[in-house]
Design a protein around this ligand. Structure first.
Ligand code: SF4
Length: 472
């Protein structure tokens, strides 16, 4: 019978259906970091349990890492304690740990793919919402909470409700200066931040097929912001070319066998979906959020909504967002002054993101009064960017060039907004206080748009800037 990739992978990993109606699902790869794991390891110790599959578990440190100087001990005693706890747990339970100072350290959703750990057909779990990133490879990847981290450590299984599948086709060609981030923000605006609840999103269509793996990762990364439990793209030759030769990718005859397996995983042409949505790629502009959730965005040529112009059901939330963000409603989003520009996060901190932003800033300088940071997603990205001189381009333009980590995406480290600063950010969440200041304001956009805003000192249509015509 014709099936989606989601149901093929789900069925292949089903251990049994539980009396609750949930499925006990085997987890092929468990990614661990310092924030959601300490209590989970403690719970194992309390019960005298071991990690069931240490060879299917991989750890790194990302959220709490200072990016200006990564010398130990950290200035923040609590951060130092969290890292020390993870080091101890990895050593005690036999889990591979990609430590600070190695090229393999970085944001967990950046290093998994880089190392070739993320592969088609896997079920992947991690104690971080943006685990959906790994779906770019045709994996089914779930963000989980601390008690589920404990469950996976102890049993390598999760109890999950089955999901429906929504196919989202993005057809046509994206315009110059329009990126996967803009597609992600478009999907969330069109379907809503809760539109994906109960669903996995399958992304396809000619615009998605034309995307690089890094662009697909950006798209899948933000599935969770649209309420979807997971997001994925069917694996294809682009996927295989990215994976070939990576450290943990199969080699030799195993590679050939894997290719055969992976090709059979893609959704069948006549697979049935629970819902289908189609977007026209040519109609998508660079998008910018104006509010306090990632669905509150407008095209850069658009205006911030006025409460009087929105349906009754949205009026209160729009008014709340406008008040927090300091907009009156009705003003053009372009021209919004910024204080901080942040290029980084698991959404947009890969080499192609940095190249794209560097093309925009080359020969320009960050506007007076703007604090601008570039934070590579992994130490491997940092080294590769430095090898091609991107650090020099950013530094000459007045950006701070940092070490790898989550940085200002979540601000569980020294990188944070102050007071009511407005930040043009390539990250994934614009919730109140997300970037460290309880009153800080976040405008989500693509890395190229952040670069343009940093130079202009205000939200600017990157398509009007030299360099924007070339897509990574
Ligand atoms: S970059 Fe942000 S969203 Fe991604 S793993 Fe780090 S804190 Fe989470």
């Amino acid at each position: 019978m014709a099936a989606t990739l989601f149901s093929k992978v789900w069925d292949a990993h089903t251990v049994r259906v539980l009396p609750t109606g949930q499925t006990q699902l085997f987890v092929g790869l468990h990614l661990v970091h310092e924030v959601t794991s300490p209590q989970a390891f403690d719970m194992l110790r309390l019960r005298g349990l071991r990690v069931a599959f240490p060879d299917r578990t991989v750890a790194t440190v990302d959220h709490i890492v200072p990016t200006a100087s990564q010398a130990r001990p950290f200035g923040d005693a609590m951060a130092e304690e969290m890292l020390a706890a993870l080091e101890k747990s990895c050593s005690e339970f036999g889990i591979p740990f990609h430590a600070l100072g190695s090229a393999e350290q970085g944001i967990v959703h950046v290093i998994g793919p880089e190392l070739g750990l993320t592969q088609p057909g896997l079920t992947i779990a991690c104690g971080d919402s943006h685990t959906s990133t790994h779906g770019a490879f045709g994996a089914i990847a779930f963000g989980i909470g601390t008690s589920q981290v404990r469950d996976v450590l102890a049993s390598q299984c999760l109890a999950l409700d089955p999901l429906k599948v929504r196919r989202i086709d993005v057809d046509g060609v994206l315009g110059p200066g329009v990126t996967a981030k803009d597609v992600a923000l478009e999907v969330i605006r069109v379907l809503g931040v809760n539109g994906g609840v109960g669903f996995a999103y399958e992304f396809g269509g000619s615009a998605v097929e034309a995307m690089s793996m890094e662009e697909r990762m950006t798209l899948c990364n933000m599935s969770i912001e649209g309420g979807a439990r997971a997001g994925y793209v069917n694996p294809d030759e682009t996927t295989f070319a990215y994976l070939e030769g990576r450290r943990y990718a199969p080699k030799g005859q195993s590679w050939e066998a894997a290719l055969e397996r992976w090709r059979a995983l893609a959704s069948d042409a006549d697979a049935r979906y629970d819902d289908r949505v189609r977007l026209d790629a040519a109609g998508i502009e660079p998008n910018v959020t104006w509010g306090i959730n990632p669905g509150q965005s407008v095209p850069v040529s658009g205006r911030v909504p006025h409460p009087a112009d929105v349906p009754d059901a949205e009026r209160t939330s729009v008014a709340e967002a406008l008040a927090y963000m300091g907009f009156s409603g009705g003003e053009p989003i372009a021209g919004t002054r910024i204080d901080v520009a942040f290029i980084g996060s698991c959404t947009n901190s890969r080499l192609s993101d940095l190249r794209e932003a560097a093309r925009i800033v080359r020969g320009h300088h960050v506007a007076k009064g703007v604090r601008a940071l570039v934070v590579p997603g992994s130490d491997r990205v940092r080294r590769a960017a430095e090898a091609e001189g991107l650090d020099a381009v950013f530094s000459a333009a007045g950006f701070e060039w940092r070490g790898a980590g989550c940085s200002m995406c979540l601000a569980m480290n020294p990188d944070r907004l102050e007071g009511r600063e407005v930040c043009a950010s390539s990250s994934n969440r614009n919730f109140k206080g997300r970037q460290g200041s309880p009153t800080g304001r976040t405008l989500l956009m693509s890395p190229a748009m952040v670069a343009a805003a940093a130079i202009a000192g205000e939200v600017t249509d990157v398509r009007t800037m030299a360099g924007a015509e070339v897509r990574a």
